[in-house]
Design a binder for this molecule. Structure first.
Ligand SMILES: Nc1ncnc2c1ncn2[C@@H]1O[C@H](COP(=O)(O)OP(=O)(O)OP(=O)(O)O)[C@@H](O)[C@H]1O
Ligand SMILES: [Mg+2]
Length: 404
């Protein structure tokens, strides 16, 4: 599924702090959304950069431009979930009310229920009796609700399910996928591999050997290991794990195969990755690694969204001019009354200078990203003055995404 990578080498080469300045091509959001060939959009990025907001905004805009859209969100903020009518977790897409349907589009939304999705996988692949056995297994319960990577794996699983359903009944022509909150954007691609390696791995195979067949398969050495493990973990735990893994293994022919299928879907032509980043060195560096990784995994990248950019201050006064004017004011004023008003004005001038410098710094970071990755089209979304928690806010973000 994954190829050996030379991350060490690429780390020195990419990132917003490498290369020289250059201008990014614009990411044309409306062209992407309107293209009937776009079937899946995946929004990735490091923690807290605006993946969920961007996914929901893209989905709403696409729907109001005439597409039949479903958006799969992960852990949306409560108010946003409420405004989309998806605060209850039933793990099926529901129509979002108040979407403008003049152009014939529609929007369904859902919030991923990781455990429920895992349960559905089990129920869909086993006899009711066998499924029940697995669902009640304590090891399964722990794994399905808390194993690192399960959320990423289940997001992919759900995407696969929705995609199959859409192909069968034509219910949607665009699926927008949010990705789980993780420190690194790469987790989305790495976690399923980690989980399937764990489940398919040699360690587990050794453990399940006794559950699978004749005791003669077990070497004396392995017996010692298993014995030691049952002392540490408890014999019951080990038995639970053995039965659980053996059951899953026979049911699904290996988790790796499943993950590989979804990977193939992510590599398909109709898929478009949108990488979201904050205009900060860490987030942009992370975005740069992610862009490289998509290339290595042959996954189609649509472009970069730089979200929550500082809005440019009004007027043409530069930061240096504003600071110089503030200093002049401080020197020249006489008398307490004028001094107070001059101090206020000087304060405003310094604020203007700070904001101008911030905007310049962000633009510099963006240009450095572009210099290292000139092929990545980009759109910039300014920070709104409030959180985005309703359809009006999402619509506004959609407009800003399209304006670039
Ligand atoms: N352009 C913007 N202007 C103002 N607020 C924004 C903007 N984009 C996102 N936000 C706000 O920032 C917060 C984080 O956004 P969001 O939940 O979309 O990030 P995320 O990448 O999904 O986070 P996580 O990694 O935790 O899933 C939310 O409160 C959201 O309303
Ligand atoms: Mg999120």
């Amino acid at each position: 599924m994954t190829t050996p990578r030379s991350r060490g080498r690429s780390r020195t080469r990419v990132g917003p702090l490498a290369g020289i300045a250059g201008d990014a091509a614009r990411l044309h959001i409306d062209a992407l959304l309107d293209d009937p060939g776009t079937g899946i959009i995946v929004c990735c990025g490091s923690g807290g950069v605006g993946k969920t907001t961007t996914s929901a905004a893209l989905a709403l805009r696409a729907a109001e431009r005439g597409r039949r859209v479903v958006v799969l969100t992960i852990d949306p903020a409560r108010r946003l979930a409420q405004s989309m009518g998806i605060e209850s977790l039933d793990n099926t897409p529901r129509p979002v009310a108040k979407v403008k349907k003049a152009k014939g589009g529609s929007l369904d939304a859902m919030m991923l229920d990781m455990k429920r999705t895992f349960d559905e996988v089990v129920e869909g692949g086993a006899s009711p009796e066998k499924a029940q056995q697995i669902l009640e297994n304590p090891f399964y319960i722990a794994l399905s609700s808390s194993f690192a990577g399960t959320q990423e794996y289940m997001a992919m699983e759900k995407l696969g399910q929705i995609h199959r359903q859409a192909q069968r009944d034509g219910s949607y022509d665009l699926i927008v996928v949010d990705t789980p909150p993780s420190r690194s954007a790469l987790d989305f691609l790495d976690a399923p591999e980690r989980l399937s390696s764990f489940l398919d791995g040699r360690f587990i195979r050794l453990l399940i050997a006794p559950a699978r067949g004749p005791a003669r398969l077990m070497t004396a050495g392995l017996g010692v290991i298993t014995g030691a493990l049952s002392k540490v973990l408890g014999a019951q735990f080990l038995r639970d794990m053995q039965t659980f893994v053996a059951a899953l293994d026979t049911l699904f022919g290996g988790f790796r195969a499943r993950a590989e299928k979804t990977f193939a879907l992510l590599q398909a032509d109709g898929t478009a990755f949108v990488v979201v980043a904050a205009p900060e060195p860490d987030a942009l560096r992370e975005a740069a690694y992610f862009v490289e990784r998509l290339g290595e995994d042959r996954m189609p990248l649509a472009g970069l969204v730089v979200n929550r950019a500082s809005p440019a201050p009004q007027g043409t006064l530069s930061a240096d001019e504003a600071m110089a004017a503030a200093a002049r004011l401080r020197r020249k004023t006489a008398g307490p009354k004028t001094a107070a008003s001059a101090a206020r004005t000087a304060g405003l001038l310094r604020l203007h200078a700070d904001r101008t410098r911030l905007v310049e710094r962000e633009a510099r970071l963006r240009r450095r990203f572009t210099a290292a990755h000139p092929e990545v089209p980009t759109t910039v979304v300014p920070a709104l003055s409030t959180d985005v928690h309703d359809l009006a806010g999402l619509r506004r973000i959609g407009e800003l995404l399209a304006e670039g």
